[in-house]
Design a protein around this ligand. Structure first.
Ligand code: 6CS
Length: 340
């Protein structure tokens, strides 16, 4: 009798333990802005793999278009329908004005090693940005560069005069429009889904994006003249709904942080050499494509227009933006000095 009772108690205990373990495992939804094999997809799958290998939780990844445009997946994350989202400041800038700092031209260097060191060590990136995102219900987990920005257009661009009357697509944040205004173009903000068609039909004359995206999205087919202007990097950010994150156990919060660190490392490995590989693929596939790399003198003509964009940034972000910009510049100086 006693033995039976013990077994029964043990079985119930085991069942309860099993049930609570099952109740603790969750399926988290994660959306990003790109296609299979693209940089954000590499990050998302590295994150998913880490979570699934190190816990009973699972992650369901949604790629571009599966749940709408970039702004839609951000809204779904803020509403708690999605737990994780990868959205670039190009779009988040409309929500968090200070995130537009990445669109002040010629602020970041072009050398990848220095840029990566900056992302690793920057106080602005690692301490100030999480606070800014938290104000909008977002737990910022990682910011990372995807590639250097390259302009594509219906003609090669070598000077601000070449941009005259050219409708250049920009992501939907006001500062990027200010940059292309300063460069002499007519900026045209559009969500990603409309870009290829607008280039194809001549509604747009050009756009900017990293080379891997120009290749993977086939942009070179409809916008074949590539110009390396050295004016900036495509940066992106991965984050969680803050209420969801705050509600996780300490153990799960650590798991999520570790998974995003592992994903960062894997993604940075992935982008090494990616721009050149993508450029090679474009040149192999496209006879009419041209590549122009601006020389120092040509760059100077664009660079001298950067201060007006910086002024605009300060105007739209007040003292918060000024503090961030000062820290950003100090962080950049620290890594540039190291590189010298
Ligand atoms: O230009 C855009 O809108 C897109 N570019 C990249 C590199 N990733 C996603 C984004 O939506």
């Amino acid at each position: 009798m006693k033995a039976t009772k013990l077994i029964t108690t043990a079985s119930i205990g085991a069942l309860l333990f099993g049930m609570s373990a099952a109740a603790q495992s969750a399926n988290w939804r994660y959306a990003h802005e790109e296609y299979e094999g693209d940089v954000q997809d590499v990050f998302a799958y590295a994150f998913k793999d880490y979570i699934e290998e190190n816990s009973d939780n699972s992650v369901q990844v949604f790629r571009f278009g599966e749940l709408g445009e970039s702004d839609d997946v951000m809204e779904q994350t803020q509403n708690g329908i999605l737990q994780f989202v990868n959205q670039s400041p190009g779009f988040t800038g409309a929500l968090i004005p200070a995130a537009q700092i990445f669109f002040i031209p010629y602020l970041l260097p072009t050398d990848m090693e220095t840029v990566l060191e900056f992302f690793d060590e920057s106080v602005a990136i690692n301490e100030m940005f999480p606070e800014l995102y938290a104000e909008h219900g977002l737990e910022l987990l990682q910011m990372y560069p995807e590639g250097e920005m390259v302009v594509t257009a219906d003609e090669p661009i070598t000077s601000p005069e070449d941009f005259d009357n050219k409708k250049i697509r920009v992501m939907t944040n006001p500062l990027l429009s200010a940059t292309y205004d300063a460069f002499g173009a007519t900026p045209t903000p559009l969500p990603w889904g409309e870009v290829y068609g607008a280039l194809q039909t001549g509604i747009l004359d050009g756009q900017e994006n990293p080379i891997f995206w120009i290749e993977s999205g086939g942009l070179y087919e409809v916008s074949p003249n590539l110009t390396f202007t050295s004016h900036g990097w495509f940066t992106t950010a991965m984050m969680a709904n803050k209420d969801f994150f705050d509600g996780l156990s300490e153990e799960d919060q650590q798991l999520v942080r570790d998974a995003s660190d592992a994903a960062y490392d894997q993604t940075i490995d992935h982008i090494q050499g990616l721009a050149q590989e993508s450029l090679d693929k474009i040149m192999a596939a496209c006879d009419e494509c041209t590549v122009t790399r601006l020389n120092d003198e040509q760059i100077a003509a664009f660079k001298e227009r950067a201060p007006q964009v910086e002024e605009k940034f300060l105007e739209i972000t007040d003292e918060k933006g000024e503090k961030l910009l000062n820290q950003f510049k100090a962080d950049l100086e620290a890594v540039t000095e190291d590189a010298e």
